[in-house]
Design a protein around this ligand. Structure first.
Ligand code: SAM
Length: 163
């Protein structure tokens, strides 16, 4: 399979990936060796937010759904979503492109290592999804994590952190 960056951005590429690797979940999304250190920290961060409802954009097979009781996984690949439903049948999913309108809001909206596939910058991702988040929009990428905390502006009270 070609690793051309343009291919990563197509549903066909991701559907084919599932066909080829669905029996090997550990290597379905990535097959590199930063897994243990990096993914351990991602799990720590997301599990520290488990009290929140969450929307995971580019959810893949929903491996982060375990951290949330109230979780909506969003992905454009029907194959990924079928697998996600099989792996985590108690969670909700929606087949949508990044930056399509969402059917609901949640406390946090996040993505993990998807910006390159989405062809979006952090600013574009956060700028679009903050309308759907009550507490924060989070970009988790290999080169850093950005958490945009959102502030309520009711009763003329600004800049008060919630959560
Ligand atoms: C690198 S994987 C990351 C999956 C998941 N976040 C994880 O870390 O396990 C990228 C995921 O984003 C999905 N995806 C890629 N481009 C997309 C787009 N434009 N809109 C919605 N989903 C997309 C792919 O189908 C794939 O499941």
């Amino acid at each position: 399979m070609s690793d051309n960056i343009e291919d990563f951005r197509t549903k066909t590429w991701w559907n084919k990936r599932v066909d080829e690797r669905k029996g090997d979940l550990k290597n379905l999304i990535y097959n590199d060796d930063y897994r243990d250190q990096f993914w351990g920290r991602v799990d720590d961060l997301l599990s520290s937010m488990s009290k929140y409802s969450a929307i995971d954009i580019g959810c893949g097979y929903g491996r982060f759904s375990k951290h949330f009781k109230d979780y909506l996984g969003v992905d454009f690949s029907d194959q990924m979503l079928n697998l996600a439903l099989k792996e985590n049948p108690d969670k909700k999913y929606a087949q949508l492109m990044c930056c399509e309108e969402l059917p609901q809001r949640a406390d946090i909206v996040f993505e993990v290592n998807c910006l390159h596939s989405f062809g979006k910058t952090r600013e574009e991702f956060i700028g679009f999804y903050k309308q759907y988040a009550n507490v924060a929009v989070i970009c988790i990428e290999r080169n850093g994590v950005v958490i945009e905390w959102l502030y309520p502006q009711k009763d003329n009270e600004k800049n008060r952190l919630i959560g």
